[in-house]
Design a protein around this ligand. Structure first.
Ligand code: SF4
Ligand code: SF4
Length: 468
């Protein structure tokens, strides 16, 4: 790859590194990374993978930690059940998340991509490492791909494919567990594919997609598919934290020659940073390149070289474009970062409050259509109502109803109202109010819904009465 100086025109931004001028894919063979940051990333990924795999088994009050059942429109987040009726909370949560992501990215750049994103973790920390184990480092992989089919190639390729397929199948199960819940998934496995053709079909389809993504499509997900990746251009600015090459210190780059006094910059043009890059770019072309997922592999590679040539580490480092240009270190605690972080905290607090103060049940009470009112001999007026309540918890709840802002009684028609766990209950009742309590023909009344004498939700409705 031709190396451009930082002063060269930004023509490398006109095309992506993994597609050639004929539109054909350029396969990336990244060198196996090693170094301090790579080791930290490994530990972070072990933690996140453990969380991801045990997530479906964790239950809070009998509900999963996370379940996004789009088919049945049932969502559980941190053990809190959301119904379509909670749509506004989900929309608010989504908006808060979008603002959070934007502000986080403006400050910390693509930290998420390099350290937390499941695509990066699965590709770099699972699939790629298995590939290194079976096929060897990048030079051996390239040679293997070029060699004709022989026993060695067949063995290596088939064992890699089998392991990739197996892991893809595991991820596919995991993915489905987050959609339909672990109990439903266990049922599909226990009762066999014949009884659950749709569920089993989804497992096979997801396995195929994951295999294709991690075996072939790879870094293209980040470069051309991921919306978060595509939006980096508008979210980042020159103050954002990014993986950057310190061209002030590195340029003019030049090979290290024995016995010659060095007048060039610290970059010895060894290409180690380019060789480890999983997206096939040269970080020295400039910070904030579309393809860069901030994986830190080039930082580790360059630090290795700097130690070897007895220069300070950090020629490639986490920094901002502005700090590099001004020859100073990126500062975390600037007024701008503190302001943005305060907004992020406010958003998190607002969202948490919204979730924690949400009612356990939601009631809809409407006067029964076609019914007026009934006057009784005891001087009261009766109205007939339909009630529909949904349960947002995992507990069965026998319910009682009480009038809140007026005297009077409520009598259920038929059986008592019992709200099943995660379910819905419908009922019919009379509200009976002394006529002297009623001020108009269309009074506003408030009905409280109680479980074990504890108010779980209230609902306003109209009460019809005769004119005085
Ligand atoms: S340029 Fe560096 S940080 Fe960016 S993707 Fe390549 S190796 Fe990772
Ligand atoms: S690894 Fe460091 S020294 Fe080597 S080419 Fe990259 S920036 Fe220059």
């Amino acid at each position: 790859m031709a190396i451009k100086s930082h002063t060269a025109p930004d023509e490398f931004r006109d095309h992506i590194s993994t597609i050639d001028e004929h539109g054909k894919r350029v396969w990336v063979y990244p060198k196996k990374p090693k170094g301090k940051l790579y080791d930290y990333r490994k530990w972070v990924s072990y933690g996140l993978l453990t969380l991801l795999f045990i997530g479906p088994f964790i239950k809070i009050n009998g509900l999963p930690l996370l379940m996004l059942n789009i088919v049945e429109r049932k969502f559980v987040i941190f053990g809190i059940l959301f119904w379509p009726q909670d749509f506004f909370i989900l929309v608010l949560a989504f908006l808060a998340m979008v603002v959070f992501i934007i502000l986080f990215t403006v400050i910390y750049g693509r930290l998420f991509c390099g350290w937390v994103c499941p695509q990066t973790i699965f590709l770099e920390m699972v699939f790629r490492r298995i590939e290194y184990l079976i096929e060897g480092d990048y030079t051996k992989q390239r040679a293997l791909n070029k060699m004709p089919w022989n026993t060695e190639k067949i063995l290596k390729k088939s064992s890699k494919t089998a392991i990739f397929l197996l892991i893809s199948f595991l991820i596919s199960n995991l993915f489905l567990a987050y959609i339909i819940g672990i109990d439903e998934l266990k049922k599909i496995i226990a009762e066999g594919p014949i009884n659950h053709l749709a569920g089993f079909g989804s497992l096979v389809a997801f396995t195929g997609v994951f295999y294709w993504v991690f075996a072939y499509f790879r870094e293209q997900v980040c470069t051309i598919v991921c919306p978060y990746g595509r939006l980096q251009g508008v979210m980042l600015d020159k103050k954002s934290l990014t993986v950057a090459y310190d061209y002030g210190r590195g340029e003019p780059r030049g090979k290290l020659r024995k016995g010659q006094e060095r007048t060039d910059g610290d970059c010895i043009d060894c290409h180690q940073c380019v060789q480890v890059c999983p997206t096939g770019i040269d970080i020295r072309n400039g910070a904030q390149q579309l393809e860069c997922i901030n994986c830190t592999a080039c930082i580790d590679a360059c630090n290795d070289i700097m130690r070897m040539i007895d220069k300070p580490e950090g020629l490639i480092r986490y920094d901002s474009e502005e700090a590099i240009a001004e020859g100073r270190q990126w500062k975390l605690f600037t007024p701008r970062v503190m302001g943005y972080s305060a907004v992020l905290m406010l958003l998190l607090v607002a969202l948490t409050t919204l979730l924690l103060t949400r009612d356990d049940a939601q009631a809809t009470i409407l006067r029964t259509p076609g019914q007026l009112y009934q006057k009784t001999e005891q001087g009261t007026v009766k109205n007939l109502y339909n009630i529909s309540v949904i349960n947002k918890t995992n507990t069965n709840m026998p319910l009682t109803l009480k009038l809140h802002n007026t005297d009077g009684t409520i009598q259920m028609v038929g059986s008592e109202l019992v709200l099943p766990a995660q379910g819905k209950a419908d009922g019919v009742f009379f509200a009976e109010i002394p006529q002297n309590q009623l001020t108009g023909m269309n009074a506003e009344i408030e009905i409280g819904v109680y479980h074990d004498d504890e108010l779980i939700t209230t609902q306003d409705t109209k009460f019809l009465a005769p004119a005085k």
